[in-house]
Design a protein around this ligand. Structure first.
Ligand code: SF4
Ligand code: SF4
Length: 111
């Protein structure tokens, strides 16, 4: 499951513990992400069905993500298929986390 930004949701720890309904895993991830990203992250925030899901259950950042919103509005499989790739929203995101860019660049090379 490749997200609009190129993240692979099925490899994301939040997605994995959600699918396993693993509360001790949620606690461990929250502790790690508090140190790495935001001290306010709680274990109950670690719930996500993946970027392409329409369940409404997403991790904090993904709940309000402008990249996801934009990709959904354009009805794209992911941002690799967008004529505006790489847009400003994605550039800013990749300053924090650039793994998805490699995935999307590979998709674009193959298409
Ligand atoms: S919601 Fe946004 S940041 Fe989260 S995986 Fe989807 S595109 Fe990436
Ligand atoms: S403009 Fe295109 S590349 Fe940028 S977030 Fe929207 S769909 Fe993705």
């Amino acid at each position: 499951m490749i997200a609009f930004c190129g993240n692979i949701c099925t490899e994301c720890p939040a997605f994995i513990v959600t699918m396993k309904k693993d509360d001790s895993g949620r606690k461990k991830i929250a502790e790690l992400w508090q140190k790495l990203y935001n001290p306010n992250i709680k274990s109950e925030d670690i719930n996500c069905d993946g970027c392409l899901s329409e369940s409404g259950r997403f991790f904090n950042y993904c709940k309000t993500c402008e990249i996801r919103k934009c990709g959904m509005e354009k009805e794209l499989k992911n941002c690799a298929y967008c004529d505006d790739y790489i847009c400003e929203k994605l550039s800013k995101f990749y300053e924090l986390e650039s793994k998805g860019k490699r995935i999307l660049d590979e998709i674009r090379e193959k298409k």
